[in-house]
Design a protein around this ligand. Structure first.
Ligand SMILES: *Cc1c(COP(=O)(O)O)cnc(C)c1O
Length: 419
């Protein structure tokens, strides 16, 4: 039965699960063709920050669309990209002096890895190429990004193409020293360490402390190993601060940003780098240049949307909304304490998560209860997408008290409804 040629991502079409159609979005809500209002509990897969169709972002895109839509970015430039690079330099850690554009989180990571190898190629001590990664991490779905992410059912088929990395254990509470020791050891011949700061998203909303992030950064610095912060999910306020790195008072050598960069409206990514990383590619020899581009690099419409996002951050009480949301998420997490079958209730900034207890060996991404949970949430008008048996809420910062309460209620009810 073929009713649509559309092949959806991370979807098993063979199960015949319904795929509702959305026609419109506003604030924290999506509306189906039938007119059902859906609360967007996961910011449309972690991208949306200020709510859907924010008037300033939509207007900026429309205005730019009438002026300059798209142009080559090799050897040519345009105002929206210049403004955005200048704007990012002003609010990101001061050591990150250079801004390289691409169009998704995965490509921002690929660019970061290529920059790191380019940096080491130019070093007198000799080239290095080994990348150190953290257990359970996720950095995207392209071959390089998968290579530095956790291996599992979602990349088993591609395993022969993935390159070798060194994995340090996740710094679970009480076991942090093992992570630091492993990193110390791995740094002896590594080019770079790539990490999701404070919270591992796709790995199951696993949190660790800012102190550990700071210690990992210090180890890399001591060994001259490049520290790559993948803030594709954690950036733009999600963890309570503009960058998660801020909470550990660390500045990476390379920073990946995407998702909330345009407020979650259109695709865009940047990889920011320190002067030494840039200078490693700077010479009078064309062979030393950074060999990377994609057709839509620094697309003007996307840059205009990102500039509007920066203006919203500068002029609207975004941090206040984040603080309010974080507080309510914390109250929710506390309220989960005595709920049967709820484990490991946790929060990082605006993100609240818990695990539904399952018999041992039946957890993980493919946990059997995921399809039932999805169906339950659809029936209550909630957009939630558990990671295996991990249920989490990561709404846009504009979500109001009623919608947030409905979201929390649905999450709690789902545990007994499905269990
Ligand atoms: C989503 C994500 C990516 C990949 O971004 P895409 O835009 O989906 O390619 C990379 N790293 C992290 C931490 C992410 O959460």
């Amino acid at each position: 039965m073929i009713d649509t040629p559309v092949w959806h991502p991370f979807t098993q079409h063979g199960l015949g699960e319904p795929i509702p159609e959305i026609v419109r979005a506003e604030g924290a809500a999506l509306y189906t063709t039938e007119g059902q209002r859906i609360i967007d509990g996961i910011s449309s897969w972690w991208v949306n920050t200020h709510g859907h169709c924010h008037p300033r972002i939509s207007a900026a895109i429309a205005q730019q669309a009438g002026q300059l839509d798209q142009m080559i970015f090799a050897g040519w430039t345009h105002g929206p990209a210049q403004d955005l690079a200048t704007g990012l330099r002003a609010i990101m850690p001061p050591d990150l002096t250079r801004v390289f554009f691409s169009d998704s989180g995965s490509t921002a990571v690929e660019v970061a890895l290529k920059m790191a190898l380019g940096y080491w190629r130019s070093r007198k001590g000799g080239a290095r190429h080994r990348i150190v990664v953290m257990e359970h991490s996720y950095h995207g779905d392209t071959i390089g990004a998968m290579s530095v992410g956790a291996r599992g059912v979602f990349n088993q088929a591609y395993e022969p193409l993935l390159f070798d990395t060194t994995t340090v254990p996740f710094p679970a509470a009480g076991c942090e020293q093992a992570t630091l020791d492993a990193l110390e050891q791995a740094c002896s011949d590594a080019a770079a360490f790539i990490v999701e700061p404070l919270i591992l998203g796709a790995g199951g909303m696993l949190t660790y402390s800012p102190c550990i992030l700071a210690e990992m950064r210090a180890i890399c610095a001591r060994h001259g190993v490049l520290f790559i912060a993948d803030e594709v999910m954690t950036g733009w306020g999600r963890t309570g601060t503009l960058l998660a790195c801020e909470q550990a008072k660390v500045s990476p050598d390379i920073l990946c940003l995407s998702k909330g960069l345009t407020g979650g409206s259109v695709p865009l990514a940047v990889t920011m780098a320190t002067e030494p990383v840039y200078q490693a590619h700077y010479s009078q020899d064309r062979a030393d240049m950074f060999f990377h581009s994609s057709s839509y690099t620094a697309n003007p419409l996307a840059c205009a949307a990102a500039n509007a996002n920066l203006a919203i951050w500068a002029e609207e009480p975004v941090m206040q909304r984040i603080a309010t949301l974080a507080q309510k998420q914390q109250a929710f997490v506390v309220s989960l304490q005595d709920v049967p079958n709820v484990e490991n209730a946790r929060r990082c900034g605006t993100i609240a998560a818990f695990d539904i207890s399952v018999p041992s060996g039946q957890g993980g991404y493919m946990a059997g209860l995921a399809p039932a949970l999805l169906a339950y949430y659809r029936s209550c008008g909630l957009l939630l997408r558990p990671l295996g048996n991990t249920v989490y809420a990561m709404p846009p910062y504009c979500i109001d008290a009623d919608d947030l309460a409905a979201l929390h209620e649905g999450m709690v009810q789902s545990v007994s409804a499905i269990g």
